[in-house]
Design a protein around this ligand. Structure first.
Ligand SMILES: *Cc1c(COP(=O)(O)O)cnc(C)c1O
Length: 428
């Protein structure tokens, strides 16, 4: 038995499914997860010392590559002064100032320990600030695992959603309206029907949890207009896209400014962190200033904050995102032409250091489009690439991530592996 298989078997005895987060288990592609021993730059090595080019990057945070020396040094320097205090620090002010400076919508910000906590708190805040209960979310967008967000569309348009997880009472999602991503008309209709009861709209402004799906022209502006007209709070969940697609998130690219923004992933540079922030008048409803309760023993953890500050400073260097986008474009263009050479229906899209690959002729604009792509072919491609030492997300419903350490040689090696993988698919 391989060392990875041995570890997986052992893991399954003490950890449900052998993993601490479901997608790591390879359930949707089959096979044995790789157990990571160490990582550096664009690579990680598994328990058998096999090297992989990594296009997950911890699901987004590793935008500087793994174990960036300056980030590691910041963590080491912070750690010797104590791991957690439960009292405020100057470094927390510094990271708050950096986030406010960079994110167009942020006037004030509060730190959490994960993206889930950030979105959960932002929704409670929106409800508390408006005195309303209902929220709108979109099919295929993921906002962490809080009860009211684990929901899919009900049977008809404008009906309330059904829980997507056991353990979530139907009553807990009774206030969640689920609409199709990119369906502006449905948003207008929902506000016509429930406008006075809608506390907020939460959206991944560029979806990355149903593979990468970009907002259709006018969609985000419709959300902005409807929220403004009806006094609802617009929340951009930029946990994935924040500092990943560009220096100011999707809000910087589209010019549509939400009332609240949630962040995590990149802003912790690999350490556990999250944040939510936005309009000062809304943020003033949070305890200790206001009646909306929100707290965290490890929120603003000094080691995580040190990693975050150093990461954000490095991302602020001139030309960082131009260079990153260029490398991502080289990757997607290379993959597309390799697929074409072998007659495989394939398309790809990207923004900054985030990309989507789809086994379909055209780029998807909805969750249904992604589901209609050739998922079986994706699975075969995933394993063909894994065998060749390239690690893509083990699901057709996940985006991919490029770091600034993915240089030309790394991209070329990836495209070369893909050429061979597509050739094997064409023969199958
Ligand atoms: C990852 C993610 C979350 C959840 O963040 P965690 O840190 O895993 O809790 C929320 N929203 C989006 C858009 C994400 O990509």
């Amino acid at each position: 038995m391989s060392r990875n298989a041995e570890l997986f078997e052992r893991a399954c005895r003490s950890i449900p499914g052998g993993v601490n987060s479901p997608v790591r288990a390879f359930r949707s592609v089959g096979g044995t997860p790789r157990f990571v021993a160490r990582a550096q730059g664009p690579y990680f090595w598994d328990a058998e010392d096999k090297r992989y080019i990594d296009y997950i990057g911890s699901w987004g945070p590793a935008i500087l590559g793994h174990a960036h020396p300056k980030v590691v040094k910041a963590v080491q320097d912070a750690a010797v002064h104590g791991l957690s205090y439960g009292a405020p620090t100057e470094a927390e002010i510094r990271i708050a100032e950096l986030l406010i400076e960079r994110m167009p919508s942020m006037q004030q910000v509060r730190l959490t320990s994960s993206g889930t906590e950030a979105t959960m708190s932002a929704i409670r805040l929106a409800r508390g600030a408006t005195g309303r209960n209902k929220i709108i979310k979109f099919e295929g967008c993921y906002h962490g695992h809080a009860d009211s967000l684990l929901v899919k569309a009900g049977s008809g348009l404008l009906t309330f959603g059904n829980p997507t997880s056991a353990g979530v009472p139907a009553e807990f999602v009774a206030h969640t309206i689920v609409l199709d991503f990119n369906d502006s008309q449905a948003v207008v209709q929902a506000f016509e029907a429930h406008g006075n009861d809608i506390a907020c709209v939460i959206v991944e402004p560029m979806a990355g949890n149903m593979n990468l799906v970009k907002p259709a022209s006018g969609f985000l502006q419709t959300l902005r207009d409807q929220c403004t007209a009806h006094g609802a709070v617009l929340i951009f969940d930029e946990v994935m896209t924040g500092f990943r697609v560009g220096p100011q998130g999707v809000q910087g690219i589209t010019g549509v400014t939400p009332d609240l923004t949630t962040l995590a992933k990149v802003i912790g540079g690999g350490m556990p962190i999250g944040a939510f922030g936005g309009r000062k008048d809304i943020m003033s409803h949070i305890a200790p200033l206001g009646g909306v309760y929100q707290a965290g023993t490890l929120s603003g953890n000094p080691v995580a904050v040190a990693a975050g500050i150093t990461t954000l400073e490095l991302l602020g260097e001139p030309g960082f995102y131009d260079q990153l986008s260029q490398q991502t474009n080289k990757l997607t263009a290379g993959l597309c032409s390799a697929a074409q050479r072998h007659g495989i229906d394939f398309s790809a899209d990207s923004e900054g250091g985030m990309f989507g690959i789809y086994f379909s002729k055209s780029i998807p604009t909805t969750l249904d489009d992604v589901s209609a792509s050739n998922i079986e072919q994706f699975k075969a491609f995933f394993h063909a690439m894994l065998d060749r030492g390239v690690y893509f997300a083990p699901s057709a419903y996940e985006a991919g991530f490029v770091s600034c350490m993915h240089d030309d040689a790394v991209i070329e090696a990836t495209v070369e592996a893909a050429d061979a993988a597509f050739a094997s698919l064409a023969k199958a």
